[in-house]
Design a protein around this ligand. Structure first.
Ligand SMILES: CC(C)(COP(=O)(O)OP(=O)(O)OC[C@H]1O[C@@H](n2cnc3c(N)ncnc32)[C@H](O)[C@@H]1OP(=O)(O)O)[C@@H](O)C(=O)NCCC(=O)NCCS
Length: 171
């Protein structure tokens, strides 16, 4: 893998590149519902405006590969008694799959998150049972599979399990 992978804050001018990469059923079939389908440049702009309006430090970053934005990675900070945890979510344009890019992006994000949100004890992810690529990435980064949440979701009219993976703060 010789690509230069960088996480950075979103810019409004990333909207077209974002739409180009996310407007694909092979991407959105692995994600939560709620994404506009099809995903237009205007949808990308709305998303970026939402991200830029959030408090700092940013919780959602753009994934830049060789100078081009090709994906997104972010956390949702949990509240109340779960406020020491955050859920991570991520996606990459299909042209960039299987090059080790997300493995590197999640490593960079984990460092960023544990540095900028010092009260967090763990970052977790809940990929669908069928998303083997996502399981593999998380395991490569060092996430531990803590549980299988049985019949936890419905995707494309099919009831599916979710795998619960965690990465714990080391210090
Ligand atoms: C899941 C996703 C983020 C992976 O990103 P990526 O940059 O391709 O991941 P990497 O290249 O770092 O690693 C992927 C690993 O999965 C493996 N893999 C891919 N498809 C696989 C499959 N169907 N079965 C088994 N392993 C698979 C690859 O071989 C690679 O492992 P290796 O390095 O040991 O060869 C990307 O496919 C994606 O964006 N998918 C759509 C959105 C999504 O699923 N988001 C996550 C929601 S939880």
């Amino acid at each position: 893998m010789n690509n230069t992978i960088k996480l950075r804050e979103w810019e409004l001018s990333d909207a077209s590149s974002l739409a180009e990469n996310i407007n694909n059923p092979n991407v959105w079939d692995n994600l939560r519902d709620g994404l506009p389908k099809p995903y237009s440049e205007a949808d990308g702009k709305e998303f970026i405006e939402f991200v830029l309006a959030q408090p700092k430090p940013a919780t959602i970053l753009a994934i830049e590969v060789d100078g081009k934005v090709v994906g997104s990675i972010g956390i949702t900070l949990r509240t109340d008694v779960e406020r020491i945890t955050a859920e991570i979510g991520y996606y990459l344009g299909e042209n960039y799959w299987n090059k080790g890019i997300m493995t590197e992006a999640i490593k960079q994000m984990a460092t960023y998150v544990f540095t900028n949100f010092p009260y967090l004890r763990k970052i977790y992810a809940t990929p669908f049972d069928f998303n083997t690529a996502s399981h593999k990435v998380l395991e490569k980064v060092g996430f531990e599979r803590e549980a299988i949440l049985k019949q936890a979701a419905i995707k494309n009219e099919k009831v599916v399990d979710m795998y619960y993976y965690s990465l714990f703060r080391k210090d």
